[in-house]
Design a protein around this ligand. Sequence first.
Ligand SMILES: [Fe+2]
Ligand SMILES: [Fe+2]
Length: 266
Amino acid sequence: MTVRIAQISDLHFGRTAAAIAENLLADLRDLDATLVAVCGDLTQRAKDTEFQAARAFLGRLPAPALVVPGNHDLPVWPIWTRIARPWHPWRRQFGANPADVTTHSGDGLTAVGLNTARRSSLHVDWSRGRVNDRQVAAALRVFEESPRGDLRVLVAHHPFLLEPRAGGHGLVGRSDLALRQLHQRADLLLGGHLHLAYSGVADGLVVAQSGTTLSNRLRGEPNSYNLIEADGDQLTVETRQWNGDRFDTYERSTYARHDLDWSRTP
Ligand SMILES: [Fe+2]
Ligand SMILES: [Fe+2]
């Protein structure tokens, strides 16, 4: 059974181009995706109008979606709102705080979404997220109970794998702990935050990072999303990049699983 995931990220409503959003929706309608993974930063400044636009967009997705928040979905100002009621703007739109852990399963896929955005941090950079023991344990429980043969996917905003061009950005806090525990017990980690598209392998898991799909907050590369197809022990990450007119295939990376570990294939 082929599992097909459309990975979109960093929509940043408030800084989006409407034409790109309409093209993306048309693309997704043609894909017949098993799941749309939405890797956070729905908004630019966590404003009500931005959340309204994000929610309207999510409501138009033509496949089931698993949505996690990003650091931009927390208000930066006033600081007391961020500390005392960090998810108030999100809750006003979606009716509840984002869950620490969300799940989606069916059609050969078990996916777990983790909220890695934090209102504050001991780290100087508050935009840097974190994953905690409880979330990893919950994900492992879901994967252990998943049907045999399911593709096991973790969806987060912050990255579990960096490339040199990510500059000074760090990995999601406690990524080492998470990767150690997920080793051979999950298949695929999806992230965003860096506005850079790439994929690779970390601790035997495939990691796919999506660029910013809709926003004009570009960091040296065009808007993009990933189309991921998995069939048994084979997996392909295809980055589809905006060429000014439509999304087009830019890069394809293939991976294979041997003895529970994934590696890149030539
Ligand atoms: Fe972002
Ligand atoms: Fe972010």
